[in-house]
Design a protein around this ligand. Structure first.
Ligand code: BDR
Ligand code: CA
Length: 313
């Protein structure tokens, strides 16, 4: 089995990532840390606990950063950004949690977890802004050697989703994203919008999940339906929605998920007038810097579906 820690800002697609992680026989979710992003960190923590309880998973949860690394807050208030913030703030339609978060901030937890020799070889998956991970690296610089692999949902090689240049997770905390990507970690895999938008889910996927009938599948189907209804307003055809975060988890057991990927030198813009939070994917053969990440560019929808069925069924 692949053992990993998930750092997330739950969020509806983060919740599906948690449900899938808890259900897949090839995965061991060792801990979850939460961060300010989609919702304020206390809501991300509450949503995380709800998803874990629903899945019947006893996994330690540590709450982390309440604001970005350097900036006082998100560049645009959440309520302006996200018309769906009430749903995200009030539990995502999941039953109330009975379990509670552990004592201790996420960043020192991550530092201690990944310096423990018993956890050599574990993966860190990040599906929110990278604030906690930047803080953990600042606290414990040896993490660059100790984290065997970091898989990140963030960035876009083509257009972003918050601005033309920037995807939400990197836009929400560009300094943290830049600090983490430039830290010199052993293995970094980036799952940007290019990959997640290439395998969106549809109403037929929801029906197939519902047919599985498990609590995790039913909850996931409801969350995807919610995303579809939300995206329907802008859709001119049968709606489909990218369900970003579970792809990072899927990749751990289905490395065949990504059908196109490039090794590149990646960096995040922190000072652009129009481009703050942009992921730069430098594949020029004559560039000065060596590759520091693998960037997934396309995913196989059928592999993603197979993963979701195996994880949620
Ligand atoms: C990312 O932003 C969040 O809204 C999602 O959970 C995902 O992690 C996509 O841009
Ligand atoms: Ca997320």
């Amino acid at each position: 089995t692949v053992r990993f820690v998930l750092d997330c800002d739950t969020g509806s697609d983060d919740a599906i990532a948690i449900l899938a992680a808890a259900g897949h026989p090839g995965l061991e979710l060792a801990a979850v840390t939460t961060v300010n992003g989609n919702v304020a960190v206390e809501h991300a923590t509450d949503n995380t606990l709800r998803a874990l309880d629903l899945a019947g998973a006893r996994v330690p949860v540590h709450a982390g950063a309440a604001r970005p690394l350097v900036r006082p807050d998100l560049p645009v208030p959440r309520a302006v950004l996200n018309k769906d913030s009430a749903f995200q703030k009030h539990g995502l339609g999941l039953p109330e949690a009975v379990s509670a978060a552990r004592e201790g901030h996420a960043a020192p937890f991550l530092a201690a977890y990944f310096t423990d020799p018993a956890h050599a070889g574990d993966t860190l998956v990040a599906t929110g802004p990278l604030t906690n991970i930047a803080l953990a690296l600042a606290l414990e610089p040896r993490l660059v050697e100790r984290i065997a692999r970091l898989v990140v949902m963030g960035g876009a090689h083509g257009n972003g989703n918050v601005t033309a240049a920037a995807e939400f997770n990197f836009w929400a905390d560009p300094e943290a994203a830049e600090a983490v990507l430039s830290a010199g970690l052993r293995e970094v895999v980036i799952v940007p919008l290019d990959a997640t938008h290439s395998a969106p889910l549809t109403g037929a996927d929801c029906a197939a999940l519902e047919a599985l009938g498990t609590p995790g599948a039913l909850a996931s189907a409801q969350l995807v339906r919610h995303r579809l209804d939300h995206d329907r307003a802008s859709a001119s055809h049968d709606p489909s929605s990218p369900v970003h975060d579970p792809m990072c988890v899927a990749y751990l057991v289905r490395p065949d998920l990504f059908t196109e990927a490039v090794a590149a030198h990646v960096a995040v813009e922190t000072a652009g007038a129009r481009t703050t939070g942009q992921l730069l994917v430098d594949t020029r053969p004559w560039r000065d810097e060596p590759a520091n990440a693998t960037v997934a560019l396309r995913a196989a929808p059928e592999v993603y579906r197979e993963f979701l069925h195996e994880a949620l069924g």
